[in-house]
Design a protein around this ligand. Sequence first.
Ligand code: NAI
Length: 320
Amino acid sequence: TGEPLSFAGQVAVVTGAGGGLGKAYAILLGKLGASVVVNDLGGSATGQGSDSRAADVVVEEIRKAGGQAVANYDSVEEGDKVVETALKAFGRIDIIVNNAGILRDKSFARMTDADWDLVHRVHLRGSYKVIKAAWPHFVKQSYGRIINTASAVGLYGNFGQTNYSAAKLGIVGLTKTLAIEGQRKNILVNVIAPNAGTRMTATVMPPEMVEAFKPEYVAPLVAFLGHSSNEETGGIFEVGSGWVAKVRWQRSGGVGFPANRTLEPEQVAQAWDKITNFDDGRATNPNSTQDSFQGFMENFGNIEEGGLDIAAVKKERFEV
Ligand code: NAI
């Protein structure tokens, strides 16, 4: 199984580590030698109340196994306090696992502003706040590893979870751009969409499935992405039940209409089958905004006899 991944001398912050997936991450990182900040507000699955016991129990478990850990009970909305705990207790920070989360599931028609806002504050803003507080330290030491948590629901959608899926795909965007900004400083940022039997999913998964989808099957990927030997950044991974896969975008070959003629909606309608065809051998997997823009640039060469002056068209479209 290769060399053991050691985290000796490294400090990891795991948010929402009082239970479920976060607990499994904290325990594994502690076992591999990291000093761990076990953050957990200890509220309900819908984000009500707080309780310091959730984090304390995990800290106790890590210490009993011979590891180093301290608790932090703040909400991730106050990410600076979470990071401060790492600096005070251990003098540095190397790894962030943004994992804390809640659900406020409702059909969109019934969704209130409070349901929308709280889910965004915990997932997206919470991830932002913890990273924001740690970022200057990562830049200064030219080192950092960040693992954010999205969800299949963010990537693909699910009935009754508009608030959650929007926040989760927001976390993918946060990850993609931070990966670009951090690369020069060896700050690597990835995002996982996990599947695990926890209190969050116990209500929707049958008991046999909760048993098969152990959080311990997700933790090894998090440890790998958090390790100094990892070179992956900006990646999206689906993980659960011992299965790990990478996700990327795919774009159809598309249809380029003449760039020097006015485009009519009827032309779009006529070309619809081709616009939406992924199976004609022309589909690509754009991996950057530059890749994405390539398709537009190439179509500028698509000039039709008797059309408009292309220089004028370009000027009109891009120099407004
Ligand atoms: P969980 O409910 O067992 O654990 C979440 C933890 O976060 C709890 O201990 C909770 O107290 C803590 N927490 C909630 N709000 C907090 C806040 N404001 N500040 C600090 N801590 C807070 O849920 P689970 O399943 O372990 O979820 C972990 C992450 O994985 C979440 O981000 C969730 O959205 C995501 N996820 C889980 C899936 C699954 O199959 N279990 C599927 C897709 C995503």
